[in-house]
Design a protein around this ligand. Structure first.
Ligand SMILES: Cc1ncc(COP(=O)(O)O)c(C=O)c1O
Length: 392
């Protein structure tokens, strides 16, 4: 794809793979399962061992890097890992004991846990920060800050953070800005355009897209960071398996249209919920009254498939779970099917920091929906009848 610059993102998703020669002329790349490769000259082959390089993984790593906007995706491919958390810990390897990391308070529960417990046990200084509080953020970032970590929209509060503004603050002190872009994917936001240095995704979510593969990927536009992370990826060994890489690559082909439909459905459902007498508050960046809606408009091409809300006290919650039919009560997100969950009970249990501070802020009662690609009329009708049947 030599003239990649002129292609749109959907075209890139399908055609970046052509850079890799496929001897049989397969239209779609095969899954390379071999763990070792026959070499002709000792020590001179590109492929010699599956943990270090694998063509299936490479196709996905190049394509995701191209979609995030790296023109030189061959030199700066993504780094595909066995899970989103493996991608988080890979990035965590960049921090040395005399450095610190500043992270938003409202990130995915596993990420909070990683930084509050594992990273701190390794002696790293970790500061959790409400990133709407720019003054506080500026006091926490200093010359020793290696990473500033953000999720926008945040999971599960759906807070929107201004990536550009935060990247300028981070860069003043030469810190690297990391964005967990799992909720967005490059079809919604391309964080490099807003000053982000390292992007990560749990590919388990929208990129895989069908709730049948676990994985994670890290993409950077910084050569030095890439080289450091590549060494850790191949040596620590938590790489993505070929079959998962194949599923993620396949997921990329339809990601654009899926994101469009997820977003359209979520927008309509959020409007229905916002007008319902049984709902206290809806959090969806596409609603004009939502906090930082103007920032969302600036940095998001669509508003995404995730939303959260609080039920009014007039609803019997256990009855509500029984009445829902199309909404599956399950953790995770980003699959074609609609999932509903209660973050403070299921994914974002409270973490106590070393100083006794309660870190995670998935509020009690918040309910999160990953809106699927079913017919929206059916989703709204199912929600409507469940709410009506659950009145106290
Ligand atoms: C925003 C976000 N980041 C990271 C992760 C971790 O990903 P995985 O479950 O693939 O390890 C999740 C999982 O739910 C997530 O929602």
């Amino acid at each position: 794809m030599a003239k990649s610059k002129k292609y749109g993102i959907n075209t890139k998703a399908l055609h970046t793979q052509k850079r890799i020669d496929l001897p049989t002329g397969d239209v779609m790349p095969p899954i390379h399962l071999s763990t070792t490769y026959e070499n002709t000259v000792p020590g001179e082959s590109e492929y010699f061992y599956g943990r270090v390089s694998n063509p299936t993984r490479e196709i996905f790593e190049r394509t995701i890097s191209s979609l995030e906007g790296n023109e030189n995706y061959e030199e700066l491919p993504g780094l595909a890992m066995a899970s989103g958390m493996a991608a988080v810990s890979l990035i965590g390897e960049l921090i040395k004991p005399d450095e610190n990391v500043v992270i938003t308070k409202d990130v995915y529960g596993g990420t909070t846990n990683f930084f509050a417990t594992i990273a701190r046990k390794r002696g790293l200084e970790v500061h959790f920060c409400d990133m709407y509080d720019i003054e506080k953020l500026e006091t926490l970032i200093n010359k020793k800050t290696k990473l500033v970590w953000i999720e926008s929209p945040s999971n599960p509060n759906m807070n929107i953070y201004d990536l550009k503004k935060i990247s300028e603050i981070a860069h003043k002190e030469e810190a690297l800005l990391v964005a967990d872009s799992t909720f967005c994917t490059p079809f919604i936001t391309r964080p490099f355009e807003h000053g982000v240095d390292i992007i990560m995704h749990s590919t388990t979510k929208y990129i895989g897209g069908h709730s049948d593969t676990l994985g994670g990927v890290v993409v950077t536009n910084n050569q030095e960071v890439y080289e450091t992370l590549y060494e850790y990826q191949k040596t620590s060994g938590g790489i993505m398996a070929p079959f998962d890489a194949y599923l993620c690559q396949r997921g990329l082909y339809t990601l654009g249209p899926r994101i469009e439909l997820h977003s359209k459905n979520a927008h309509q459902l959020s409007e229905y919920l916002a007008n319902s007498e049984y709902i206290k508050e809806v959090k969806y960046p596409g609603l004009t009254e939502s906090h930082n809606h103007d920032v969302a408009v600036k940095q998001m091409d669509y508003f995404g498939g995730m939303l959260s809300f609080f039920l009014e006290d007039s609803i019997n919650e256990s009855k509500f779970w029984e009445e829902l039919d199309l909404y599956k009560l399950a953790v995770s997100l980003g699959g074609v099917e609609t999932l509903i969950e209660v973050p403070y009970l299921m994914t974002h249990e409270k973490v106590t920091g070393l100083d006794g501070e309660i870190i995670n802020n998935a509020p009690d009662g918040l309910i999160r929906i990953s809106v699927g690609i079913e017919n929206i009329e059916d989703l709204i009708e199912d929600m409507d009848s469940a709410l009506n049947a659950s009145r106290k």
